[in-house]
Design a protein around this ligand. Structure first.
Ligand code: COI
Length: 356
């Protein structure tokens, strides 16, 4: 699993000096945009088979049949996880086996073979090592790792594709959103079918484009993001476009239960554990719009988002402001989570995995 000695654009990365090499980009200006790195990982398997052997390839375009299952019928899922550099030079992944397990669940739902947990972890580690110079310096951001699983075999009728590709690429990233969020509640379009029968609870690629109409309109009106309601009643909050939500009143933190509609976020799960350890009561249940409007604090969580305070929510003609700033619970939770992820706080739960 050693990284290639020569990286994609010809820079020598062999030997111990390689440990010190950073890619030549402005690390102070990272946003959440794709920055092409050196390598991607690709592994293929036929329908009915198991994934066996993958390889690192130079990062670049892939060739795909026009009649591939992913292009025609959206047979695909993705994951997102991060590698962070610690002050003493280690590189840590955060709970990568959770992503591997979630990919398996999504693959089953969409009738795809999935890499084993070990294959997933091995691919992620290889991609980090091969693209080590793209892991931002401590405090400047993270390497966002994007595993994809997709039906790449050709077909015309509606059916599971005859071939599958597991592909992992990565990009250095900074913040997903800068500053506290101003959310607009969408009360006409829905993100996912309510209940257990839909795909809201997996990272299906088809869950994302349906939010674009609402998101683009909200952004054009000055909002940061959209908050979706449950499709069955329109009375309960679910998720923002790409993150889970929490509301805080007194010592109680409430978040929509993962009932099949809500994505079981790994950051969500970690924040629940951290909040309980810090002495808060956390309740996973249906959270009504009224309760949200009555809350003292609100925040969002996600791999890309990390933990971000909500400054305001606008529901129809009502705008409610929430407490933000360094004294908030969300700031405290974020600090603890990031401290564990970057190795500056003790990782008592063995959540981090060292890569280098
Ligand atoms: C993540 O937080 O990894 C996500 O899935 C968000 C992504 C859609 C930008």
């Amino acid at each position: 699993m050693s990284p290639p000695s020569i990286l994609g654009n010809g820079k020598d990365c062999s030997g111990s000096a390689a440990e010190e090499i950073y890619a030549d980009i402005n690390w102070d200006e990272l946003g959440f945009n794709i920055i092409p790195t050196d390598y991607m990982y690709v592994m293929k398997c036929a329908k009915g088979d198991k994934f066996s052997q993958g390889s690192l390839l130079p990062y670049g375009n892939i060739e795909i049949s026009p009649s591939a299952g992913i292009l025609n019928y959206g047979q695909g899922i993705f994951e997102g996880l991060k590698a962070l550099r610690t002050k003493d030079g280690r590189i840590l992944l955060f709970r990568p086996e959770e992503n591997a397990q979630r990919m398996k669940i999504g693959a089953d739902r969409l009738c795809m073979p999935s890499p084993s947990i070990d294959q997933f972890l091995n691919a992620v580690k290889q991609i980090v090592l091969a693209n080590k110079r793209w892991v931002p310096p401590p405090g400047k951001g993270s390497l966002y790792i994007r595993p994809l699983l997709m039906g790449t075999g050709a077909l015309l009728g509606v059916a599971p594709a005859p071939e599958y590709t597991f592909l992992v690429y990565c990009s250095p990233v900074g913040s997903y959103h800068k500053g506290a969020l101003n959310l607009k509640v969408e009360d006409k379009l829905y993100r996912a079918i309510s209940g257990t029968g839909g795909t809201g609870g997996i990272k299906s690629v088809t869950n994302y484009a349906p939010v674009y109409t609402a998101m683009s309109k909200a952004k054009a009106n000055g909002f940061s993001d959209v908050l979706f309601l449950d499709a069955a009643t329109g009375k309960h909050i679910e998720e923002a476009t790409a993150c889970n939500v929490f509301v805080v009143k007194g010592n109680v933190i409430s978040t929509p239960a993962t009932d099949g509609t809500i994505l079981p976020g790994i950051t969500r799960k970690s924040i629940i554990d951290i909040a309980i350890d810090l002495g808060h009561q956390v309740v996973e249940r249906a959270v009504s719009v009224e309760e949200m409007l009555d809350a003292e604090e609100m925040f969002c969580t996600g791999t890309a988002m990390v933990v971000n305070s909500v400054a305001s929510v606008t529901y129809k003609d009502t705008r409610v402001n929430y407490t933000t700033g360094p004294e908030t619970l969300s700031a405290k939770l974020r600090k603890t989570l990031v401290g564990i992820q970057t190795g500056s706080l003790e990782d008592k739960k063995s959540w981090t995995v060292r890569v280098d």
